[in-house]
Design a protein around this ligand. Sequence first.
Ligand SMILES: C=C(O[C@@H]1C=C(C(=O)O)C=C[C@H]1O)C(=O)O
Length: 270
Amino acid sequence: MNLLDKNDALSLARLRDVLIRLEDTIIFALIERAQFKLNAYTYQPDVYDYDDGYKGSFLGYFLHEMEKVHSRVRRYTSPDEYPFTQPLPTPILPALDFPPTLHPNSINVNVAIMERYLQDIVPKICPAGDDLNYGSSATRDVECLQALSKRIHYGKFIAEAKFMDPTQQATYIRLIQAKDREGIMALLTNRTVEAALLRRLRRKAMIYGHDITEGGDIVLDQETQDKKISPDVVVDLYERFVIPLTKEVEVDYLLQRLNNWDGPVTIKTS
Ligand SMILES: C=C(O[C@@H]1C=C(C(=O)O)C=C[C@H]1O)C(=O)O
């Protein structure tokens, strides 16, 4: 996906390909985190003293330090990147000239992502207990959180692509003007895509969660599988968290889509 090319960035098929690729990123990030025990100290506030007077958890401290460095190299000027922490420094690299693909908005659901990740995901993928690997746990947590955040905020691009569909735009405008959240949710929901995604996800988690012999055969060993990642947990994570939150982002984005909008433009029917 080339976000510097507006047509590419608003192709629904291309956007869905990005979400498929992010399935791999997310599954492997979860497998990496699941190597370590829960390590609750990573998430408890004020366990350590921090050099800059920071008050919070070790994960929160590490995440903010990481996001400050990434901000310096302009990560968060990209329309598909959203930080968890503030304040962040200005970039040292000059801004890239991204086309105005998304309608201006301030939607950031990372607080909800962090909450669900800590309460609902880490306890399900990691063995209980403490193996002292707090640094390793936090680095894997950041990988998981950044991948989940990117995937869920892609809902903005998906929503924009649906809004720019000439066969749908008038209906979206009517529902947005009526502030009809349920109507918008129903119109943007695609059960066929969701069902295919969950079937594919289960297969991927099953295959990625197994070892492959030198001869290229999958070692179907339940113990290995459970140690790496449970396909049920991955499917449940998407069904109850990733997909619903992506759709909430789509609805939130569409509800503000008509703000300061100069009306229907000539739509390229490519
Ligand atoms: C992302 C889309 O919008 C919705 C959300 C989906 C998801 O989060 O996987 C899948 C289908 C739709 O219900 C899409 O239409 O592809």
